[in-house]
Design a protein around this ligand. Structure first.
Ligand code: UDP
Length: 479
């Protein structure tokens, strides 16, 4: 019994691809170090995960009961990627109902003679700390978001309201190091929040339980994310371990049953036919889309600038995400035909093999909403970003990557922004340009790629910062 206690870790992400993917990747990494992993999630997510596990993995997938219909959600929807964006708060609220079932699950493990050594839970599942501690189990949060973005997000939500001043720019009271925050860097639900509305109630409740945890793991690298990590060290007086980048391998992704709008082979073949550093990759992650008018402007920009591109499209804002993509309605007349004739654009519907694309030498830049997984995948491949943040902490990821790290240039903000195709053309031109600012940004991206590689180096006589942080966490958890 003692032997198993020392070796088993329970891992429990929130029900969203941007959370499940890095948690799975973390699980696989920790498993390699000789730990037994129990990966907990709701039935449909577990069903999907079964296919992502490598054949030689002994990760145990454990279902926690959840019925979406009991929570004002459509039937059989257990992941943010299967609900409209407007229901994401409902799913978040519903997730708190998992607490009794999680307690039963841990209790069963303990009574079954396999008490876990530690629980690693999502940023939205800080409440699991209380359960873990009830059973004397070490608890840590794993933030799949970077330090700076998460620190701003945390501070913004914990220091409400933000509508008390006319000023368009302000400083966060407990995070002045973040510099000026502009009102357009607050999502609509933050601007409307005052601590009593549904969004602030649930988010403040979830974030305030962080302090109950025994530490925080961050999917980031100490060297490029010091300011944000320091915020949490100071604010919560907890150990903070930057262990990133934790990225899911191409193989594991290929095994997931996420249906790509194109086979990896066709996509790679297309990229193989393009010169080095000539392709712009465009995607807004797993949950977001832009408005119909923004989509038109982006298409017009791509029409008028002579670059190769891959664009992952889904129906614009206000339409059901699961609808067929109607190119005639949502793209300029003749756009697809022109792109095909010029053989310079690949339109992929809904889901693309993103990591393979970013690792391809033909890709020069990534126009992204800058969700943190996309950011890590991009900068690990040395690919600079053109930022178009959509919500949550993405505004601050872009701010940090542009102002502090120097690997990004913002082009637009959110779905209400009246972006003009000329401005998109200009930013793409700068970042993909051979000289000036573009050259600077690309050189910085290569430098950051090296820093990331260095952080993950584990050789005789040298351990990178992320390797050391992981070792420290595992030692503390085992103590
Ligand atoms: N992703 C992908 N193909 C797509 C869109 C997204 O593989 O067409 C993956 C992407 O590689 C990343 C995740 O989905 O790992 C998205 O996470 P991120 O944090 O970037 O954004 P979110 O979707 O959570 O907003």
């Amino acid at each position: 019994m003692e032997e198993r206690k020392e070796k088993m870790i329970v891992i429990f992400p929130y029900m969203a691809q941007g959370h499940i993917i890095p948690f799975l990747s973390l699980a696989l990494q920790i498993e390699k170090k000789g730990y037994q992993i129990t990966f907990v999630n709701t039935p449909l997510n577990i069903k999907n995960l079964k296919q992502s596990l490598p054949l030689n993995s002994s990760i145990r997938l454990l279902e926690i009961p959840f019925n979406s219909s009991d929570h004002r959600l459509p039937p059989e929807t257990e992941n943010t990627d299967s609900i409209p964006f407007s229901l994401t708060l409902t799913l978040l609220e519903a997730s708190v109902s998992l607490k009794p079932a999680f307690r039963n699950l841990i209790s069963d493990l303990v009574r079954g003679g396999a008490p876990p050594l530690a629980v690693i839970a999502d940023i939205f599942f800080g409440w699991t700390a209380e359960v873990a501690h009830e059973f004397g189990i070490f608890h840590t949060i794993f933030s799949s978001t970077g330090g700076f973005g998460m620190a701003c997000y945390y501070s913004v939500w914990m220091n409400l309201p933000h509508n008390y001043t006319d000023s368009v720019e302000f400083t966060l009271p407990d995070f002045p190091e973040a510099g000026l925050i502009h009102r357009t860097q607050l999502s609509a639900n933050v601007l409307a929040a005052d601590g009593t509305d549904p969004s602030s109630k649930i988010i403040q409740l979830l974030l305030s339980s962080w302090v109950d945890s025994d530490g925080i793991l961050f999917n980031t690298i100490e060297e490029i994310d010091k300011i944000g990590l320091y915020y949490f060290r100071r604010k919560l007086s907890l150990p903070v371990w930057p262990i990133g980048p934790i990225l899911l391998s191409v193989d594991s992704r290929a095994r997931s049953n996420k249906v790509c709008g194109i086979s990896s082979e066709s996509c790679i073949n297309w990229l193989d036919s393009k010169p080095q550093n000539s392709v712009l990759y465009i995607s807004f992650g797993s949950q977001h889309t832009i408005s119909a008018s923004q989509m038109m402007q982006l298409a017009k920009a791509l029409d008028s600038i002579d670059i190769n591109f891959i664009w992952v499209v889904r129906p614009p804002l206000g339409f059901d995400m699961n609808l067929e993509f109607d190119a005639v309605e949502w793209l300029p007349e003749g756009f697809l035909k022109r792109i095909e004739e010029q053989n310079r654009g690949l339109i992929i519907v809904k889901w693309a093999p993103q990591v393979e694309i970013l690792l391809h030498k033909a890709v020069a830049a990534f126009l992204s909403h800058c969700g943190w997984n996309s950011v890590l995948e991009s900068i690990s491949a040395g690919v600079p970003l053109i930022g178009w943040p959509m919500g949550a902490e993405q505004f601050y990821n872009v701010k940090y990557l542009e102002e502090e790290v120097g690997v990004c240039m913002e082009v637009a903000r959110g779905t209400n922004f009246e972006v003009r195709n000329e401005d998109i053309v200009k930013k793409i031109g700068i970042v993909m340009g051979e000289n000036g600012k573009g050259k600077e940004i690309r050189e910085k991206a290569c430098e950051v790629k090296k820093m990331i590689e260095n952080g993950g180096r584990d050789e005789e006589g040298y351990k990178g910062s992320s390797v050391r942080a992981m070792e420290e966490f595992l030692n503390v958890a085992a103590f």
